[in-house]
Ligand binder design. Structure first.
Ligand SMILES: Cc1cc2nc3c(=O)[nH]c(=O)nc-3n(C[C@H](O)[C@H](O)[C@H](O)COP(=O)(O)OP(=O)(O)OC[C@H]3O[C@@H](n4cnc5c(N)ncnc54)[C@H](O)[C@@H]3O)c2cc1C
Length: 462
C-alpha cells in the first residue's frame, strides 16, 4: 500500500466518514477525523426533541446510485430498513396535484389545465436555447403555463435566489421531462400519472432516523480515528498544520475538508488573495427545519403520504414531510404523529425567526394538514446556516479555480459544501466522494462523482 503520510479529515458527515471508512477497509493506519459537533452525521444526523419526537434535518430520502454504498449500509444498519412507496403531491390553492405536476394537469381547474397544455404544446415545437438559465430552461421546456403556476414559484421558494441567475447543468434526472402523449392521455382519461422518477420507492431506517446510519458507520471505525468536539480554526498551507479551537496544532500530509468551501478558504493562511476573492462568489442558502409533534390521528388524506410541495405564498415552507409515516419510532408513542416543514432563508428571501412558529402552524391549518382541534405537543425549530449549495451561473468556473488551487497544497475539499455541487450532494454522493478520493490516491480508481455528476447520476454504479 502507498504511504500517504498523516491524513487529517475535517468533518464527520457522510464525506468524512467515507474517507475514514475506505482507509480503514484498506488497513491504512494514520487517519484522524476532526468533528466540531458532539455527534457524527453532519446534515444527515437526527435529533430527538425533549418531547421524544425524532427529526432529520429535512426530508431525507434514501435513494442511492451506488451498489457499494447500499451494501455497506445493509451490513451496518442495526435495525434494517422500511421500504416505502412514494406518495407525493403539490398543493395548488385549495387542491392537491399528484407529483410530478406536469404529468397530472387533469387535476387542475379546466382553464388552468387547458392553458398549461397549450403552452406545453407550443414549447414542444420550439428548439431549446443553447446556454439557458434555469428560468429560461423551465419556460422553454414546460411552457409559460406550468412555469408560472408551479415551477417558478416553487423553485423561487426552494432556492431563495433569482432563477435567472441559476444554471442548468445541475438538474440531471431531478426534473421530469414532459411526455406530451402521456399527458394528453392522462387528461383524456382523467387518470393520475404518479409513478415517474428515480425515487418512486425509497427506503428508510426502521429506527433512529437517518442519523442512525451514520452512527452505525462511525462505530465501525477504530476508536483513535474519530475526535468529536474538535473544531479546526486555522489551516496553515505552508506549514501543513491545522490549529484547533483548543489551541492544539496538528500536522498533515493530506487534508480532506468537508466544511463549506468559502469558509475553508477564509480559514487558510497561504492562499492567494485572488482565490479568497473568488471564494466570496459562492452562493448558498440556510434551511430552517420546523418539526411539529402532534397528538391524535392524522387526517385520512395524510395516512400514506410521504411528502408534499408548496409553491404558494401563504406558507413559509416549500416542503412538508409526514415524518411519522417513515417510521413509528419517530414519535414518542402510538397516539402521536409528526409533520416536518422546511423553509429556505437567503438574503433574497429573508426569514423572521420570531414569526416562523405561528406562520407555520397557521399555514399547516390553511393547507389542510392540521385542523383547529389538532393538539400540538411539540415544536422543534432547527436552523442550519448551510442548507443548499446554490448552483448559480458561473459556479463551475469558481470551482475550477478553487479546488485545484487547494490541491496544490494537498488540501482536498469534498462533499455537499466542500465541492459545492448540488447535483452530487446527497448522502450517497458525499460518502462516495470520500471513498473515490482515497481510491484515486491509492491508484485504485478515479473520482467520477465529483468530476462527472451526470455519469454517476445515470447509475447504478459500483
Ligand atoms: C434540507 C436537506 C435535505 C436533504 N435531503 C437529502 C435526501 O433526501 N437524500 C440524501 O441522500 N441526502 C439529503 N441531504 C444531504 C445530506 O444531508 C448530505 O449529503 C450530507 O449530510 C452532506 O455530507 P457532508 O459530509 O458533505 O457534509 P456535512 O453533513 O455538512 O458534514 C460536514 C461536517 O463537518 C463539520 N465541520 C464543519 N466545519 C468544521 C470545522 N471547522 N472543524 C471540524 N468540523 C467541522 C460539521 O459539523 C459537519 O458535521 C439533505 C440535506 C439537507 C440540508
Amino acid at each position: 500500500m502507498k504511504d500517504l503520510g498523516q491524513i487529517l479529515v475535517i468533518g464527520a458527515g457522510p464525506t468524512g466518514l467515507g474517507v475514514a471508512t475506505r482507509l480503514t477497509e484498506l488497513g491504512y493506519p494514520t487517519v484522524r477525523v476532526l468533528e466540531s459537533r458532539g455527534a457524527v452525521g453532519g446534515l444527515a444526523a437526527s435529533h430527538v426533541d425533549p418531547a421524544g419526537f425524532t427529526w432529520d434535518i429535512g426530508g431525507h430520502v434514501h435513494h442511492s446510485h451506488y451498489t457499494r454504498f447500499d451494501e455497506l449500509l445493509d451490513r451496518v444498519l442495526p435495525g434494517g430498513w422500511f421500504e416505502h412507496q412514494r406518495v407525493s403531491r403539490i398543493r395548488m390553492s385549495d387542491r392537491w396535484i399528484p407529483f410530478p405536476f406536469q404529468l397530472n394537469l387533469h387535476r387542475l381547474e379546466p382553464a388552468d389545465r387547458d392553458l398549461c397544455l397549450a403552452r406545453l404544446e407550443e414549447a414542444a415545437d420550439r428548439p431549446l436555447p443553447q446556454s439557458a438559465t434555469f428560468a429560461e430552461w423551465i419556460r422553454s421546456v414546460f411552457g409559460d403555463g406550468i412555469a408560472e403556476l408551479f415551477l417558478i414559484p416553487y423553485n423561487e421558494k426552494v432556492w431563495g435566489y433569482p432563477l435567472e441567475r441559476l444554471g442548468t447543468g445541475w438538474m440531471g434526472d431531478r426534473v421530469a421531462r414532459p411526455d406530451l402523449e402521456a399527458i394528453r392521455a392522462a387528461i383524456r382519461e382523467d387518470r393520475d400519472l404518479d409513478t415517474w422518477g428515480p425515487n418512486r420507492t425509497f427506503r428508510f431506517p426502521r429506527t433512529g432516523g437517518t442519523g442512525s446510519l451514520w452512527s452505525a458507520v462511525a462505530e465501525r471505525l477504530p476508536d483513535e480515528v474519530l475526535e468529536l468536539g474538535a473544531t479546526v480554526k486555522r489551516i496553515d498551507l505552508n506549514a501543513r498544520q491545522v490549529r484547533l479551537a483548543d489551541g492544539r496544532r496538528l500536522s498533515w500530509d493530506r487534508l480532506v475538508s468537508s466544511m463549506p468551501l468559502d469558509r475553508l478558504c477564509r480559514r487558510c493562511d497561504g492562499l492567494p488573495d485572488r482565490a479568497l476573492e473568488t471564494s466570496a462568489q459562492l452562493v448558498s442558502s440556510a434551511v430552517h427545519i420546523l418539526g411539529v409533534g402532534l397528538r391524535g390521528k392524522p387526517p385520512e388524506s395524510l395516512r400514506h403520504t410521504s411528502w408534499m410541495y408548496f409553491p404558494g405564498s401563504n406558507s413559509p415552507y416549500y416542503r412538508v414531510t409526514v415524518f411519522s409515516n417513515y417510521s413509528p419510532s419517530h414519535v414518542p408513542d402510538a397516539t402521536c404523529w409528526s409533520l416536518m416543514a422546511e423553509v429556505c432563508e437567503t438574503n433574497w428571501r429573508p426569514v423572521d425567526p420570531a414569526t416562523l412558529r405561528s406562520w407555520t402552524l397557521r399555514a399547516l391549518e390553511e393547507d389542510g394538514l392540521t385542523t383547529e382541534e389538532s393538539e400540538v405537543v411539540s415544536f422543534w425549530h432547527h436552523r442550519e446556516s448551510f442548507g443548499y449549495p446554490t448552483p448559480f451561473v458561473g459556479r463551475d468556473a469558481v470551482l475550477q479555480e478553487l479546488l485545484p488551487e487547494l490541491e496544490r497544497h494537498e488540501v482536498y475539499s469534498r462533499g455537499r459544501f466542500g465541492a459545492w455541487k448540488y447535483e452530487v450532494s446527497n448522502q450517497d454522493h458525499c460518502f462516495m466522494q470520500g471513498v473515490e478520493l482515497v481510491d484515486r490516491w491509492m491508484d485504485l480508481g478515479e473520482e467520477v462523482t465529483i468530476h462527472q455528476p451526470s455519469v454517476v447520476n445515470r447509475g447504478p454504479n459500483r
